[in-house]
Ligand binder design. Structure first.
Ligand code: UD1
Ligand code: F6R
Length: 365
């Protein structure tokens, strides 16, 4: 089942050019997106007052990655809810809301309880899941199967990238009736066609990332700073490192750095800064400058060709990744971090596919 790989997580990371291809199969036609599971509901979604994304863990992070593009294309306010927190607060959900539930397994207890709650409150409930016939798929009004193929490693990898792609396609489908978006839409659709092969390119960084992992093997802690489209990348990269490599790791919004986290910076704490090209690039450049001024131990992820720009003088480690359309960049940027979590785990001697204390789907409360 694992083929040439040592672990399912490793196999699933390297399978992403293929899983992304199957996710998109039959859903892109020339310059348009067809999501069979949503087409009869698009009008209702477009008329909703708000879209609420609801999920846990990696699935929540995937929704967070897709949020900016959905806001941009639909013009509808998009809010985020961690399923357990929505339930704890009994937060308001209205009939005019579209509630989008994201779950790889489709069986996560918190997510399903939040679904019951949203159904009771009369929202249109949409599912995004990898599991045909799951409780989520059955109970939602409509939805999209991500078709990433069975995911066995406890750490979710290929489901994350397929979820982002499905939610990006969902944004394209919802925003379809706006002429003003046309050029933007076409460039993203073009980017979707090319995405699997670019993911294949990023996977070639495997050896370089293994070297990076060797340099971090004894670190006590790891911070990951991102913003904009890649705030989610920071959260998800840190989640992977903590759950499988059993290393304390936090993803942080770079815009919040001065409001506390900066106090942690010294010459020993490793910090990954995501600074690929998009509208936040210059802000991330100044974050890097401030971290360098405090002698932070930096690893910068940047677009190809930007190494000397983000790190003049070569005083930090750099991971260069190919540049794609801004809203698809999170799919590319998470891959070196998935590889880092994987290699750190192997080097530290922990169980990759069965991390301590964790279960693949959390079906009890
Ligand atoms: C469907 C078929 C696919 C076929 C294609 C051909 C299934 C599962 N999918 O894919 O095999 O190749 O048509 O046109 O038979 N749904 C929910 N909640 C969810 C997920 C999905 O209600 O969380 C519903 C959808 O609204 C839809 C159905 O399940 O009615 C299937 O969804 P999906 O597989 O995404 O639809 P297609 O891509 O059209
Ligand atoms: C992390 C991970 C978990 C799940 C979470 C939700 O790698 O796998 O954080 O993402 O338990 O699971 P699903 O998506 O099945 O609802």
């Amino acid at each position: 089942k694992k083929g040439n790989y040592d672990h399912f997580m490793q196999k699933e990371i390297h399978e992403q050019p293929h899983s992304l291809t199957t996710t998109m199969r039959g859903r892109l036609k020339d310059k348009s997106v067809i999501l069979g599971g949503l087409k009869d509901h698009l009008k209702t979604i477009r008329h909703s007052r708000r879209v609420v994304f609801i999920g846990c863990g990696t699935s929540y992070n995937a929704a967070l990655a897709a949020r900016p593009f959905l806001e941009e294309l639909s013009g509808i306010p998009v809010t985020m809810e961690i399923a357990s927190d929505l339930l704890d607060r009994e937060g308001p959900i209205y009939r005019e809301d579209t509630a989008v539930f994201v779950s790889q397994s489709g069986e996560t207890a918190d997510t399903l309880l939040a679904l019951d709650y949203a159904l009771e409150n009369g929202a249109l409930c949409v599912g995004i899941t990898n599991t045909v016939g799951s409780a989520l798929a059955r109970k939602t009004h409509c939805g999209v199967h991500i078709n990433a193929g069975c995911e066995i490693g406890v750490a979710s990898t290929k489901a994350y990238t397929s979820q982002i792609v499905v939610m990006t396609m969902m944004a394209l489908a919802i925003g379809d009736d706006r002429i003003s978006n046309q050029a933007r839409r076409e460039s993203i659709i073009d980017g979707l066609y090319k995405l699997p092969s670019v993911v294949g390119e990023v996977l070639k960084l495997d050896g370089q990332i293994n070297d990076l992992a060797k340099s971090l093997i004894d670190a006590q802690s790891l911070l990951v700073f991102g913003r904009g489209y890649n705030y989610a990348t920071a959260l998800e990269g840190a989640l992977k490192v903590k759950e499988v490599a059993l290393m304390h790791s936090e993803g942080m919004l770079a815009g919040e750095m001065k409001h506390g986290p900066l106090a942690l910076v010294d010459e020993t704490l490793p910090i990954i800064v995501i600074a690929t090209r998009d509208s936040c690039f210059s802000k991330q450049q100044s974050v890097i400058q401030q971290l360098r001024a405090r002698k932070g131990r930096l690893v910068v992820m940047c677009s190809e060709g930007d190494a000397s720009l983000v790190c003049p003088g070569g005083s930090c480690r750099v991971i260069e990744v190919p540049q794609v359309a801004d809203c698809l960049q999170p799919v590319i940027n998470i891959i070196p971090l998935q590889l880092l979590a994987y290699h750190l785990t192997v080097l530290r001697g922990f169980d990759v596919d069965q991390p301590r204390n964790l279960a693949k789907s959390v079906t009890t409360l």
